[in-house]
Design a protein around this ligand. Structure first.
Ligand SMILES: Nc1ncnc2c1ncn2[C@@H]1O[C@H](COP(=O)(O)OP(=O)(O)OP(=O)(O)O)[C@@H](O)[C@H]1O
Ligand SMILES: [Mg+2]
Length: 236
């Protein structure tokens, strides 16, 4: 088994150049172990989305180092040739809105990802079903997205982010549209999934309902991260 977890050191991102340059990230340092969920909290414009995009290889950093397990992803330049494959196989994304495909049923919304990664249709649906069972959604496997509640849709989005068993999952405000009980349920599920799948999960959030549940929180301000022990309050 390769070593897992994500490690970021001195990460920087400058948008543009010259007079109009914006240093969105200046010095980001993070370490998230396999099986761990951390919070990432900071004011508007502090660099949260930029950091997730850099981690997700959607934008290119300007400097620093990022590793996933023992694989160097970026070290003052990309160290991976196939960034598409990296995004598809190693990184799961969960957004504020579930962005399910409206004309595919729940199973196929999830199975699409392993299919794109080259698995057979039957195997892909089997992988989808395993996650639906873990998320207590197996009874909705044949439903269409429009027939689901907001919390159920978000669970499908979580299943989709995890189905390829990526070592890293990035979540940008995943609980914002949910009420308190459903928001806590989503965070509880992410915690269980992180452990079961040995995934490192980073959750960007402003959500006061869930901040007390993190054991560790990274604060980001003007592109610089600071680590803090969270309350890690147990779920009731
Ligand atoms: N494509 C871009 N080109 C130039 N500047 C950008 C670009 N994207 C973001 N920025 C700037 O980088 C800084 C960080 O933006 P970012 O979107 O990462 O903040 P954020 O913490 O996600 O904020 P929010 O909480 O409002 O979503 C801001 O000053 C923003 O204006
Ligand atoms: Mg943002």
């Amino acid at each position: 088994m390769p070593v897992k977890g994500i490690h970021i050191e001195g990460l920087a991102k400058r948008y543009g150049s010259g007079d109009t340059a914006v240093d969105a990230l200046k010095d980001v340092n993070m370490e998230v172990a396999a099986g761990e969920v951390v919070g990432l909290v900071g004011p508007s414009g502090s660099g949260k989305s930029t950091l997730l995009k850099a981690l997700g290889a959607v934008i290119e950093p300007s400097a620093g180092r990022m590793t996933i397990g023992d694989t160097v992803i970026y070290d003052n330049g990309w160290k991976i040739k196939d960034l598409r494959a990296l995004r598809r196989d190693s990184i799961g994304f969960i957004f504020q809105a579930p962005y399910l495909i409206p004309f595919l049923d729940v199973t196929d919304n999830i199975a699409l990802l392993p299919m794109l990664a080259g698995q057979s249709n039957a195997r892909s649906r089997e992988l989808a079903m395993t996650l639906l069972q873990a998320l207590d959604m197996a009874h909705r496997a044949k439903a269409m997205p429009a027939q689901l509640s907001g919390g159920e849709q978000q669970r499908v989005a979580i299943a989709r982010a995890l189905v390829n068993r990526p070592p890293v999952v990035l979540a940008d405000e995943p609980t914002a549209p949910l009420d308190s009980q459903r928001a806590l349920a989503v965070i509880r599920i992410l915690g269980q999934m992180a452990q079961q799948y040995e995934t490192s999960i980073i959750v960007v959030t402003h959500d006061e309902k869930i901040i007390p549940t993190f054991k560790r929180i990274y604060h980001i301000r003007d592109g610089v991260t600071y680590e803090e022990a969270g309350e890690g309050r147990a779920f009731t």
